[in-house]
Write a protein that binds this ligand. Structure first.
Ligand code: SF4
Length: 354
């Protein structure tokens, strides 16, 4: 019999399993709290469940954790982790801006959803590696649990408050496991992270945008837009050839119509795509859309040929959007001293960056 991954189980799934193997309901709730709230890393760390019950449980449930291979700490407080999975693959996740956001009681973790990525965006180190496999809900949740565990050793009050599905991989291409992890992370007896504090970032998988609106209208949505015309976006995000801008924007309007929620449009600014004419085209594309534009000057990545735009260009770009009545912010780059762009640490670890 194949064992079920413990860290991916919801409270109800554990109740069902306990009932099937002759254990009381409250055992399942205790177990769920140990795993999700206390982030224990082994059966031996669970204290108020008898050894014989734990043994019975371990015959049906597989308790896997992530192994930290490397950690980088940025001067700005961002911490980047490289974790090894049970099959030897590695993934990255990031605790954003720990020191600054701590003062605001806000701790955001950016998690990966796939090993590698099939999309192949031109500015992304993960895309250069191709796709290996999807992560399970347990592996997605484990990133949150194991980072929490790591930080709690030096800061016992540390609690994750926000999660962005924006690390390695396209979350919408691993939709079921991502949604499952969101439901578990939201549970009151677990980490109890509000639906509105979790955000899925997509390169534009149109059918899944509509499905998300219908399945879970509370989770935040961010769309990696990056260009306002198909020929430029085709080159940056190959997903655009399958779902061009007209279809993507129609899906975004439908998402906002169903959820009444504002979409965050991510625009990576490079030296090449940050001219005022491009800002004007973006303003035309987003006219009437419930949304907010987040400008992200790119981290230079070896192998992509992308260059960061000047500060003057960034400010001008934002001004054009503001003048058109579009809400806009520029995301301060975090962790520029620690290879914080998606996939960079993994590539460096595997010896592909020099
Ligand atoms: S930016 Fe995201 S979707 Fe694009 S290649 Fe990288 S991980 Fe994949």
């Amino acid at each position: 019999m194949e064992k079920i991954e413990l860290r991916g189980c919801s409270e109800n799934e554990l109740i069902e399993i306990c009932q099937k193997i002759g254990l009381k309901r409250f055992r399942a709730i205790q177990l769920f709290q140990w795993v999700q709230q206390k982030a224990v890393r082994s059966w031996a760390d669970i204290k108020n469940i008898s050894k014989s019950d734990l043994e019975t449980l371990s015959n049906h449930l597989h308790f896997s954790v992530l192994n930290k291979v490397r950690e980088q700490r940025s001067k700005d407080g961002t911490r980047k982790y490289l974790f090894r999975l049970e099959d030897g693959e590695t993934i990255e996740c990031v605790l954003m801006d720990y020191a600054r956001l701590k003062a605001r009681d806000r701790h955001t973790i950016c998690v990966s959803t796939q090993v590698g990525c099939p999309v192949g965006c031109a500015f992304c180190a993960t895309g250069l590696e191709g796709f290996k496999r999807n992560l399970s809900a347990a592996e997605i949740i484990s990133q949150v649990l194991d980072i929490s565990q790591d930080i709690q050793q030096e800061d016992p009050d540390f609690q994750v408050t926000n999660i962005v599905f924006m690390g390695m991989g396209e979350p919408m291409l691993n939709y079921d496991q991502v949604l499952k992890s969101i439901r578990v992370l939201n549970q009151a007896q677990g980490l109890n992270i509000g639906m509105r504090r979790m955000t899925i970032s997509t390169s534009g998988v149109v059918p899944k945008i509509i499905q998300l609106a219908k399945d879970n209208s509370q989770v935040g949505l961010a769309v990696s837009l990056h260009a306002a015309d198909d020929s430029t976006r085709d080159k940056l995000i190959p997903m655009n050839r399958r779902y061009p801008l007209s279809e993507l924007m129609e899906a975004c309007r439908e998402y906002s119509r169903i959820t009444h929620r504002r979409i965050t449009f991510e625009v990576a600014l490079t030296a090449d795509n940050s001219k005022p004419a491009e800002a004007e085209a973006l303003a035309r594309l987003l006219k009437g859309q419930l949304g907010h534009v987040n400008l992200i000057p790119v981290n230079p990545v070896v192998g992509t040929g992308m260059e960061r735009p000047s500060q003057e260009k960034i400010v001008k770009f934002a001004q054009v959007l503001e003048d058109a009545g579009i809400s806009v912010s520029s995301r301060e780059e975090r962790g520029t001293d620690i290879d914080a762009a998606c996939g960079q640490l993994r590539r460096q670890w595997e010896g592909k960056l020099v």
